[in-house]
Design a binder for this molecule. Structure first.
Ligand SMILES: NC(=O)c1ccc[n+]([C@@H]2O[C@H](COP(=O)([O-])OP(=O)(O)OC[C@H]3O[C@@H](n4cnc5c(N)ncnc54)[C@H](OP(=O)(O)O)[C@@H]3O)[C@@H](O)[C@H]2O)c1
Length: 308
């Protein structure tokens, strides 16, 4: 099939591109800088925020399937966290609407988009499925802005019923070039003893190895299923387990325990919430309806590979 991959230069895009080509798809990479060193069948250049340029680029690719792996989460130097999240919310909302519109105009018959599995309201659980409400009213301005943009992204994609939409909600990505890479933001903080364990540490994180996330997207391209799917590993893990375990694998000092109030001050609301209140995500639907299975069942096995 002819596939257009938006976000081809990203953490997931770089894993996904060769997987799609191995499946004999003809892959056009949509990039912002045409000099990217990608081994794609074709390259087109456009910014998701430039609707006319994007429409022309997508039309030139003549895609049957459009894959959306764009976020603006990678900080540009000098950015505050608020700026990074605000820019990402804008791309999720406006960029996604532009991409869906361009896909439809180009005659695509399927769209695969990435979302996140940890945006659910922390009620019930410990594991939440795809029907759990999103935390749009989270008590933190940055997180509620993020979740509202995620909700808009999903509504925009799923509203394109004529082009068989599928939304993959990834868990916390780890692996090469992610923030849990030994040299990534979280890896560095743990190595330097700067990521403390907050409160009871009972908040759950559902991880997914970046390659498993890409495998899910490759599977979704050729599948007929529509709707929302959690793409997470089999072992959601409380912070009091993964954080000291990760520190040990890195040969880092054991994380200090601090109370919740101090955690919120040091790590921000989300950093403390992830460790104390966040629920895990259930991957049963992806297993049953997509036939996807994580090749790495538990974060510990996968993280071992990136810290070696
Ligand atoms: N994805 C998630 O849900 C998530 C969640 C939490 C943390 N993280 C962390 O964030 C880091 C980044 O991961 P990521 O895979 O999400 O992002 P990424 O690796 O930065 O990839 C984002 C992709 O989107 C493209 N892009 C950004 N803005 C665009 C625009 N306006 N128009 C067209 N393309 C645009 C980028 O292209 P350029 O090469 O042109 O910039 C890049 O190809 C990792 O460390 C990851 O662990 C990710």
């Amino acid at each position: 099939m002819r596939v257009l991959l938006a976000g081809a230069t990203g953490v997931i895009g770089r894993e996904l591109l060769p997987l799609l080509r191995r499946e004999k798809h003809h892959v056009t990479a949509l990039v912002r800088r045409p000099d990217s060193d990608l081994e794609a069948d074709a390259v087109v250049a456009a910014d998701l925020l430039d609707a006319p340029g994007l429409t022309a680029a997508v039309a030139a690719a003549k895609p049957e399937v459009v894959v959306h792996q764009v976020t603006a989460l990678r900080p540009v130097s000098g950015d505050t966290r608020w700026e990074v999240f605000e820019r990402t919310a804008h791309v999720r909302r406006v960029g996604t609407a532009n991409l869906v519109d361009a896909a439809r105009k180009a005659g695509a018959r399927r769209i695969v988009a990435q979302s996140i599995a940890f945006a659910t309201t922390p009620e019930g659980g410990p594991l939440l499925d795809e029907n759990a409400p999103l935390y749009v009213d989270a008590p933190d301005a940055m997180w509620s802005m993020t979740v509202r943009a995620v909700a808009d992204l999903e509504a925009t994609v799923l509203g394109a019923e004529d082009i068989a939409p599928i939304v993959l909600r990834y868990g916390s990505l780890y692996g090469q070039y992610t923030q849990y890479d030994a040299s990534g933001a979280i890896g560095q903080a743990v190595r330097l003893g700067r990521l403390p364990l907050v409160g009871d540490g009972c908040g759950l994180t559902s991880f997914v190895q970046v390659r498993d996330a890409a495998l899910a997207a490759a599977l979704a391209v050729g599948h007929t299923a529509s709707g929302v799917f959690n793409i997470v590993d089999n072992e959601p893990t409380p912070a009091h387990s993964w954080l000291p375990g990760y520190a040990e694998l890195l040969g880092a000092p054991e994380p200090k325990r601090i109370p919740l109030e101090l955690g919120e001050r040091l790590l921000g609301w989300y950093g403390a919430y992830q460790q104390t209140g966040q629920r895990g995500a259930d991957n049963a639907k992806a297993r049953a309806e997509l036939g996807w299975r994580p090749t790495v069942s538990c974060w510990r096995d996968g993280v071992c590979e990136v810290v070696r």
